[in-house]
Design a protein around this ligand. Structure first.
Ligand SMILES: [Mg+2]
Length: 337
């Protein structure tokens, strides 16, 4: 699956808090607004979308174009002494070689372009600033529409970034070296937290782990599901298929038979491969090999892993907590019994 990485700019790529704060306060003041008078009141603008937050504290939306216009020369002159965050240059170079990378920012396209050129940073497909739109949700959605089958990451350093990224359907990555601290970022429920720029590579380039799963089904077309324990490392509390990782020396079929013994004490006789599915999990990418076999009711099963099990037909499964990529499997196998 193709991957797209969309970056916020300020606080992720460039260490700009003081400069940006100064420019915003000055642009607000010049237009007659003095609501932003402390670091906290400035940071609070980024608990949500910057422009919506400004409206909420009493800055009318129709004043925004004038304020944005005011920001540009301020930022252009103030940003000259800015520094890139340690390590981000290398990370951007590595990612730009393999993936399409973008910037979606509330800064201005020309300001960002000018600075990145001065630093010899290239490789972005597009820089989408406030002059091209105010909603990061829409910016991310527009990119998504151009690359419909991609896995999309949004890397931001504020709670508002996490909220907007999630609303747009991206996997959100909290950059903990930026404007909001980890506690505040967590309020935006990020999918990943990167403590330093090089962690971004680990998030995007997850290790490969192929898995093999078994869907045992009975006379009534009910499928045996595992109820994962609440403290499971992956998918706690979810209903999932029995099965697990394929070891290096194993074929998928050998793995599914071994897993069935380990987790159910059940000897599979002739599991049939019905589909393979590439997945991008939270911690791993890989291929899932899906096997089916009709359950032999003369045999017993003994649960070896998870908090429980249950037989469910496809209709009943709709009420269970099942991860999206397993839902896709269930949809695919509905006439494979
Ligand atoms: Mg930022």
């Amino acid at each position: 699956m193709e991957k797209i990485i969309i970056f916020d700019y300020d606080g992720v790529i460039v260490d700009s808090l003081e400069v940006y704060e100064k420019a915003v306060i000055s642009a607000f003041n010049k237009n007659g607004f003095n609501q932003i008078n402390s670091r906290e009141s400035f940071l609070a603008l980024f608990d949500g979308n910057f422009f919506e937050s400004a409206v909420k504290i009493g800055i009318p939306a129709e004043k925004m174009p004038a304020i944005i216009k005011e920001l540009e020369p301020n930022l252009l002159s103030l940003q000259k002494g800015l520094k890139l965050f340690d390590g981000i240059r290398k990370v951007l170079a590595v990612l730009a070689k393999k993936y399409n990378i973008f910037i979606a920012t509330s800064n201005l396209t020309n300001v960002v372009k000018t600075y990145l050129e001065s630093q010899n940073i290239t490789g972005f497909k597009e820089i989408i600033g406030a002059d091209k739109g105010k909603s990061k949700v829409k910016k991310i959605e527009n990119i998504k529409a151009k690359y419909p089958d991609s896995e999309i990451f949004y890397v931001g350093d504020t709670k508002g970034d996490m909220i907007e990224g999630k609303l747009a359907g991206a996997k959100t990555v909290a950059a903990a070296w930026g404007w909001h601290d980890i506690g505040r970022l967590k309020e935006g429920k990020p999918d990943y937290i990167a403590k330093k720029p090089s962690d971004l590579l680990l998030v995007v380039e997850k290790p490969i782990r192929n898995i093999a799963v078994i869907l045992l089904y009975n006379e009534d077309k009910k499928i045996l599901l595992q109820h994962r324990s609440e403290d499971a490392e992956r998918l706690p509390g979810y209903w999932a298929f029995f099965g697990g990782g394929i070891n290096d020396s194993e074929t998928p079929e050998k793995a599914v038979k071994r897993e069935s013994l380990e987790e159910l004490d059940y000897h599979l006789e002739n599991p049939k491969l019905v589909m393979t599915q590439n997945f991008n999990g939270k911690h791993h990418d890989g291929t899932k090999y899906v096997y089916m076999e009709k359950f032999n009711s003369e045999k017993k099963i003994i649960l070896g892993e998870g908090q429980g099990l249950g037989w469910y037909n496809l209709e009943k499964m709709k009420d269970l907590k099942i991860v999206d990529h397993d839902q896709v499997v269930l949809e695919y196998i509905k006439d494979k019994f």
